[in-house]
Design a protein around this ligand. Structure first.
Ligand code: ATP
Ligand code: MG
Length: 350
């Protein structure tokens, strides 16, 4: 049997160029080698967007279009909508017993996000425990490999701890995953902040129009001390150069531009104009495939339906094994059998 990949995205907005280098390119490259599942993590998105369910719903379709646009092939990659897999919620409930509140409090990513969102002590409990639900996502699909940006490393560590604990306490049924970092583990934002994020307003989206990209690049943060063309400038902490490092295939040219910028004599306007060309070369084909896919939204919805159905079958298998391991298999495997659920949903007495 082929090894599996599980990774996903929160449908809090369309995907951006940080996703491309952090995770999407690895998924596309590995989709023929691994049995790949991508999760549209709408339940996780609701943990900090519970007042905006419409936004989450709409962005599920945006993210699905982004997947198709970057070349995830629904014939080999399974697209799964998280909220339609109750087994993930069920596993989360059991895993919550295996972690402590103090351990969760130390998760560096969650800590940073709580500060960034200004939650303080009023952090919603669902948000606070999302690393546990992420462990359920990964293990429900029996994933061996998780392609992610480095902000997700604490989540994978947390998952490994839960897996080991579960397997030791009950029975060895869960697969221990490992992270696969992207070519750029964390792309900075347009504002120079450490991370480009959908929710920070500092992103170039894969779906941005050429005008929008040009506007964003023109307004990008650079070295604030670099006032005149002839001044020496800094490339460290300068997102213009971070993006050139990430996207310009001509390494020698990037090295020469950096040297000139550091020496003085290369203006921001000029280097940004070059960056824009580099980004357009990356984005133009993605944009074209996206608008083609958007022509047939019924097809996109079918991909989501079929993927979610297949994903559910895999999650049910994991849940069945987990229930057996925890001595909760009272009536055999029936309670979480999707065919049972389907019969119930149609209201027929069977
Ligand atoms: P949000 O602000 O809603 O959390 P996000 O931009 O952080 O959105 P996620 O859906 O949380 O995006 O992350 C999806 C995947 O993309 C994860 O694997 C994450 O590590 C990766 N990722 C997100 N932002 C970046 C980035 N700036 N650089 C590299 N990888 C990233
Ligand atoms: Mg995030």
């Amino acid at each position: 049997m082929r090894q599996r990949i599980l990774t996903g995205d929160r449908p809090t907005g369309p995907l951006h160029i940080g996703h491309l280098v952090g995770s999407l390119r690895n998924r596309v490259a590995l989709q023929h080698e691994y049995d790949t599942f991508v999760l549209l993590a709408d339940v996780q998105a609701l943990t900090d967007n519970f007042e905006h369910p419409r936004k989450v719903r709409e962005n599920v379709l945006e993210v699905a279009l982004d997947y198709l646009a970057v070349g995830l092939d629904p014939n080999v990659t399974t697209f799964v909508i998280q909220s339609q897999i109750p087994e993930i919620a069920e596993l989360t409930m059991f895993y919550l017993n295996l972690v402590t509140v103090s351990h969760l409090r130390q998760n560096p990513t969650v800590k940073a996000e709580i500060a960034q969102k200004g939650y303080g002590e009023s952090v919603p409990a669902g948000f606070f425990v999302y690393p546990v639900s992420q462990a359920a996502d990964i293990t429900a699909f029996g994933a061996h490999l998780v392609p992610v940006g480095d902000d997700q490393l604490p989540m994978i560590e947390q998952t490994v701890e839960i897996v080991r604990r579960f397997n030791r306490l009950y029975a060895p049924v869960l697969v221990e995953p490992r992270a696969l970092l992207g070519e750029v583990a964390r792309l900075p934002g347009l504002d120079g902040k450490a991370k480009m994020s959908k929710s920070l307003g500092n992103a170039v989206f894969l779906s941005d129009s050429p005008d929008e990209v040009a506007r964003k690049v023109r307004g990008m943060y650079t070295d604030p001390q670099h006032l005149r063309v002839e001044d020496a400038g800094r490339v460290e902490g300068n997102p213009v150069f971070a993006y050139l490092d990430a996207f310009d295939p001509d390494r020698e040219r990037v090295a020469a531009l950096k040297a000139q910028y550091q020496r003085g004599g290369l203006g921001d306007v000029k280097v940004k104009r070059h960056l824009l060309e580099v980004l357009e070369a990356v984005l133009a084909p993605i944009r074209a495939r996206r608008s083609e896919a958007a022509q047939s939204m019924d097809q996109v919805e079918r991909v989501l339906y079929e993927g979610t159905t297949r994903g559910r079958e895999v999650a049910v298998q994991t849940m069945t094994a987990a229930r057996r391991a925890m001595h909760l298999d009272y009536f055999g495997t029936q309670p979480t059998d999707p065919t049972t659920t389907r019969r119930d949903a149609s209201g027929s007495s069977g």
